[in-house]
Design a protein around this ligand. Structure first.
Ligand code: DP6
Length: 364
């Protein structure tokens, strides 16, 4: 097997209907379906180098090295500032286990798409994000999606054939999205775009009739969160508000899907607002209550509240498991919103993005 270097990237996604609570923590199976918008520039880049296994064909597991380094060659390609992920020993072990999981899955998935698989190789993965980690921008979504794609590509004996299949056969993406879900649930929504529904084991794109959109993140805090989202998934079930949540969310999701296909931005905005408040209320009312909100989060929520409730077409405003606020608006209004948000929250507090199409191979 020849040595191979490639670069991939996967965007984060922002859920309007949230994945919160699992029926199976080992497999990351959700209590309810969720629906998100795939982002574009806010992403994880992974450069990988595959070399023949130092163990040769004698068996045993091959080496995987994970480096929080700037992948070579991307500075000129990636827009915005690149940040290196801070990986704890446990976080690193989780990613390495995931790489092994993808290799095992690839040996079954690739042949099903007419692609030959190799899994005896050593792999060096270098990754960087275009956004601050652990602050409510789903870094685990983009990083697990990018690591999944990088490993899947490394397992392909003919990488050009893999790249062709990746861009033409959506079921190949969906098969690896299911594997990615086992590493981190929300990552399964980062393989397609712009609107993705995750039900049960897998995710797929859904139709929407909407104008071009812009996405802003108001960065309230870049501090690392003290309660991981995996922990939050457990604690929410101890809230008295948990009762009826899965059924309630499925009904909200049906309304949201109808609003997406009708291009009904006002309904999308109001449902998203309610859903974000409900998820954070679960955090605030669990047996060991906790909050991701900072003073600035509450201030911003107060600022948005009258708009959401009274404007004919309000902005779509939501939060993930973090203090930062996501705002989605028609692109025709982006200039006015940028000025508005700069004026209210400061120039350095804003990240900007747009809907995207999911994990992709960047170079060949
Ligand atoms: C609040 O996907 O990070 O962002 O499966 O344990 O890795 P694990 O959880 P994760 O949960 C993210 C939850 C959320 C809401 C969402 O994205 O739907």
């Amino acid at each position: 097997m020849n040595s191979l270097k490639r670069l991939v990237r996967a965007p984060s996604n922002i859920a309007l209907i949230k994945y919160m609570g699992k029926t199976d923590a080992g497999a990351n199976l959700p209590e309810n379906s969720s629906l998100s918008m795939t982002l574009d520039a806010l992403s994880t880049w992974v450069a990988f180098e595959r070399t023949p296994s130092a163990k040769g064909s004698s068996g045993g597991s091959s080496q995987i090295l994970l480096l929080p380094e700037l992948p070579a060659g991307i500075a000129g390609i990636a827009s915005g500032v690149l940040r290196l992920p801070h990986l704890s020993a446990a976080g690193r072990a989780k990613v390495i286990r995931h790489v092994e999981r993808v290799k095992t899955a690839a040996s079954e998935i690739l042949p099903a798409f007419g692609l030959r698989a190799h899994t005896e190789f050593d792999l060096v993965l270098r990754s960087a994000n275009t956004f601050p980690e652990a602050s409510g921008i789903a870094s685990s979504a983009s990083s697990f999606a990018a690591i999944t794609l990088a490993t899947a590509l490394a397992c392909a004996a003919d990488t050009e054939a893999f790249e062709r299949a990746w861009s033409t056969q959506v079921e190949l993406k969906r098969a690896f999205a299911r594997v990615s879900r086992q590493g981190s649930g929300s990552s399964c929504r980062s393989f397609e775009g712009p609107w993705v529904l995750w039900e049960g084991e897998g995710a797929h794109a859904v139709e929407a009739t909407l104008p071009e959109l812009s996405h802003f993140v108001i960065l309230i805090s870049e501090e690392t969160k003290t309660v991981s989202s995996s922990e939050a998934h457990l604690r929410v079930k101890t809230s008295p508000l948990w009762s009826g949540r899965p059924e309630r969310v499925e009904r909200r999701l049906e309304k949201l899907r109808a609003a997406l296909s009708q291009g009904d931005l006002a309904t999308i905005a109001r449902l998203s607002w309610t859903e974000a408040w409900e998820m954070h209320s679960l955090f605030h009312t669990s047996e060991e209550p906790f909050s991701y909100w900072k003073a600035g989060t509450i201030d911003a929520l107060h600022w948005f509240a009258p708009m959401i409730l009274t404007q004919p077409i309000p902005p779509i405003v939501t939060l993930d498991a973090g203090p930062n606020i996501h705002v989605i608006v028609p692109r025709t209004e982006a200039d006015a919103w940028r000025a508005n948000l700069h004026g209210r929250f400061g120039v350095s507090a804003l990240l900007e993005d747009r809907p995207g199409s999911g994990a992709q191979v960047v170079s060949s």
